[in-house]
Write a protein that binds this ligand. Structure first.
Ligand code: SAH
Length: 451
């Protein structure tokens, strides 16, 4: 039995999906932050739970050559990143291994290590920042939540964010200090400013700043707009979002544009995309282009196909597919995203794409019942993966190919297993790193119907 606070000698044998090292002690898996591959430790057990134990490195006995000095001084506390203590190639190996292990162990495959496309840069790549706001010792501050808590770490310079995110954050804080705007207090549910939310369209250099407020307005909104306009080159839009509810959702119900447009526009894969505050848009544009390029390549379109794109967001993948197919149909749950998708089709002069706002499962069932037989189905679900009704309807529609874009290797592997038991074979799998320094990884798979 593992004992809390005791020290055990052990070796890192793998990594969890959250980027924690896995060490075996007395037959138990112990999860360890800041671990590097194959290192040997004296490990202090910090927590013994029913399903898992956690430990802290007390002493490194053999340090990995993959370990390096953290470029981010806040990395240990901040809940944003996981891998600043590792060289980037080691992070990529861990991610490729994780995808491979999931597909083999959960997905029932027998693959050699899958290829992973690394990012060209680990810094400034994100086009979206959400800074929670809190009252600190010296006044209002904004940063990121500490790992596992809602304490705000006022990270001075987040290295994965672009300059405009910092410019917007400090401008909003200057305005807030000038007028003594109170930060929102989660426990008392008082105060005003909850989040500073920034979106950056890299190709057009347009910036949207959204203030999430526990109320319908902020004092001196004109001064807020002026301060932002002076500080943020490329500013196109300032939006106020009202969120008076408790809970973890960043955005609340209503949006009010304080200045400029209510959305910005980016260029991705040669197409123009409208990005409104609520719509999903991949946070790493360069790597998203590569991911979509790979999805498109494995879709193998010749121009004669009907393609169904489930979980289409603002139609990014759908419109790429439409350019190479006879007809593309996109399905998405969020209404604002569907409106963006329709507008995006119009902006790009694409006439062979249709969009439906619906649950993917219900839409797939309906399309199947209506006798649709798409040649290719593309799915790009959120982390929980495909629901049973999506898989069932897909199998009945019997497309030649299914292209699965996934942000969670474990649910991907579960769904791959299910599809391979129902007439499909996995014929391609590769990973793309969209989130350098963080544990997340994207995967593209192709499944083909076997006669
Ligand atoms: N393919 C898009 C979006 C992928 S993110 C892109 O790459 O930009 C996943 C999308 O699935 C989100 O837009 C989310 O709103 C949507 N979604 C989540 N649950 C859904 C459901 N049950 N039915 C349809 N869409 C859903």
């Amino acid at each position: 039995m593992l004992k809390k606070n005791e020290i055990y000698r052990t070796v890192v044998s793998g990594f969890t999906s959250e980027g924690l090292g896995v060490c075996r002690v007395d037959g138990c898996a112990v999860f360890v932050p800041n671990a590097a591959p194959d290192e040997e430790y004296d490990l202090r057990i910090t927590h013994v739970g029913r399903h898992a134990a956690y430990g802290r490195i007390e002493r490194i006995l053999t340090a990995s050559p993959d370990r390096c000095t953290r470029l981010c001084p806040d990395a240990k506390r901040c809940g944003g990143c996981d891998f600043w203590h590792l060289r980037y190639p080691a992070e990529c190996r861990i991610k490729a291994q994780r995808v491979t292990d999931a597909l083999n162990r959960i997905g029932g495959q027998n693959l050699p290590l899958v290829a992973l496309t690394p990012a060209p840069t680990c810094e400034g790549y994100r086009n979206k920042a959400q800074f929670p706001v809190a009252m600190g010792k010296t006044g209002i501050e904004a940063g990121f939540f500490e790992k596992g808590t809602h304490n705000v770490v006022p990270v001075e310079h987040c290295r994965i964010q672009p300059a405009c995110a910092e410019q917007a954050r400090s401008a909003v804080l200057r305005y807030a200090r000038r007028w003594s705007i109170p930060a929102y207090d989660e426990t008392a549910r008082t105060g005003l400013l909850r989040h500073i939310y920034v979106r950056h369209a890299e190709a057009t250099e347009q910036v949207l700043v959204c203030l999430v407020v526990n109320g319908e307005r902020l004092p001196h909104e004109d001064d807020l707009v002026d301060t932002l306009r002076r500080a943020v080159p490329g500013l196109r839009s300032v939006v106020l979002n009202t969120n008076t509810r408790s809970g973890n959702a960043v955005l609340g119900e209503t949006m009010r544009t304080l200045w400029g447009d209510d959305a910005i526009e980016d260029i991705l894969c040669g197409l123009r995309f409208r990005i409104s505050p609520r719509s999903f848009y991949q946070v790493n544009r360069t790597q998203a282009e590569r991911l979509y390029g790979k999805a498109l390549a494995v879709a193998g379109l010749t121009g004669t196909e009907t393609v169904l794109d489930l979980y289409c967001g603002t139609g990014t993948i759908t419109l790429c597919l439409a350019r190479q197919a006879k007809r593309a149909v996109g399905v998405e749950l969020v209404e604002a995203a569907i409106r963006d998708a329709q507008e995006n089709a119009r902006r790009n002069g694409i006439g062979n794409a249709e969009f439906f706002c619906a649950d993917a499962g219900q839409a797939a069932q309906r399309l199947c019942a209506a006798g649709e037989t798409p040649d290719v189905i593309v799915v790009d679900p959120p982390r929980k993966g495909l629901s049973a009704d999506v898989i069932e309807a897909m199998v009945r529609m019997a497309p030649q190919r299914i292209v699965y874009v996934s942000c969670d290797p474990a649910t991907l592997a579960r769904d791959v297993r299910s599809l391979t038991q129902q007439g499909y074979a996995l014929t391609h799998a590769e990973a793309v790193d969209l989130f350098p320094r963080c544990a997340h990884v994207e995967t593209v798979c192709r499944l083909e119907r076997v006669e």
